[in-house]
Design a protein around this ligand. Sequence first.
Ligand code: AMP
Length: 234
Amino acid sequence: MAAKAFKALILGPPGGGKGTLSKRLVRDFGFKHFSAGDALRAEISAGSALGQKAKDYIAQGALVPDELVTDLVLGQLATLRNEPRWLLDGFPRHMAQAVALDAKHEVDLVLDLDIPEAEILSRLGGRRVHVASGRSYHVEWNPPKKEGIDDETGEPLVTRPDDTAEAITRRLQQYHDLAKPLVDHYAKSGRDVQTFAGTESDVIYPVMKEHVAKVLHVRDIAALARGMVSELGC
Ligand code: AMP
């Protein structure tokens, strides 16, 4: 029988670096990464009925209703049952989603990002993306070689509709109102919850990496010990 998957969540404000940090966790620990925002954007690009319904909410920086997003996420997580470890990004965003997730999955680890609001406003306001590939630039810190143009394809870059000043303000407000109680929820239910504060992913990541390595190692040792006990028939 396959070992139970190790299930991690990354929580944090929009523009807090969840995507960047997730990529590094995937590289270093082989997590299968699943992002609710990416899944919704894929539905929009595919022109599906769900994408059509979700589109305007995303463009306005509003949360997509649970009846659209929860089944999409839980359905895709169900396909990861043979993965040794997965990392969920952008879900749950509030308590009702956490309850739906808890009903299907026991979360092992919660990585929570605490990023100052001024940093987020500057990051998101300057972000430009190449829609087809998901490549992301920043007008100041990571500009494309030619302004407004993707380095690899020569196609135009766009500002995500939910990166306008109005939408950013709405998304941050929502985050503070709804997502913070999630951290308390997971801590109270005995999950390993760790908050990482800072302004730079390059500084946050080494600390996060050390923590994840420790948690995974401890779990491997526990699983090994359980295996030995059952082999001995105890
Ligand atoms: P993200 O890429 O995580 O910043 O998500 C982009 C947008 O997708 C959000 O602003 C929401 O409109 C929508 N979205 C992503 N995840 C969720 C979720 N768990 N619940 C509702 N809406 C979501």
